[in-house]
Design a protein around this ligand. Sequence first.
Ligand code: ADP
Ligand code: MG
Length: 258
Amino acid sequence: MTRILALANQKGGVGKTTTAINLGACLAERGARVLLVDIDAQGNATSGLGLDGTAHAGVYQMLVEDVPARECIIPTHQPGLEIIPASSDLAGAEVELVPMMAREYRLKRALEPLDGAYDFILLDCPPSLGLLTLNALAAATEVLIPVQCEYLALEGLSHLAQTLDLVRRNLNHGLRIGGLLLTMYDSRTNLSQQVADEVRKHFPETFQTAIPRSVRLSEAPSHGVSILAYDPSSRGAEAYRALADEVLARDPESSVRG
Ligand code: ADP
Ligand code: MG
């Protein structure tokens, strides 16, 4: 079965897109077949993989114009990692979806024909809890929540937890919390340690792996490649490999092993 992971947090700049790209690349490196779906109109996952979302059918065409998902898929530089790109027209989708029938389930329906074709589908969500994020949460089997270690995040997280409860009650009974991921962790600062301790205390499903603050991770997207292509032996690359192993290990049914 395909595991569909939504990378969600209504706060921007917490590492959703960085995680979508690099977790996707590391799962693919481990031999998994991975599809990344860029549902943020900013298209950072698309451009971060060196691709141009305006040159190809993407998430907008799939959600609003019923273009089949298979026609929207493009390969990336990383073997095993493919993407359905975003482009700026996706910003209009939040509004254009409103009058549509079963508007929260457009993404789920669109991805159904791909079931089994991938081990993982990663959904890179926009920084809001709007209709695109609800589509991702309705389609997902798990939600993975990046939390930036430079900011006391608990208030935002309790809002997100309430939304996830509502989603589970109304849209997607089976949605699991795949895990919280500490990002931009800097072991030298008290604040990082404090945020990490608080998050782990409130959310035992937090991953063991914390992603360190690393300039190499922030540089890679401007070269249009994942950290595995940009600096494969960097601390950031090692951290995302460790995360991929944890994600693989959290699935009792998984047959893909590193
Ligand atoms: P989001 O998708 O949640 O808005 P991004 O993944 O785009 O967040 O990250 C926000 C910014 O922080 C980007 O400029 C990104 O390159 C940078 N960044 C993300 N993770 C790290 C990290 N571990 N170390 C350093 N910079 C990071
Ligand atoms: Mg993003």
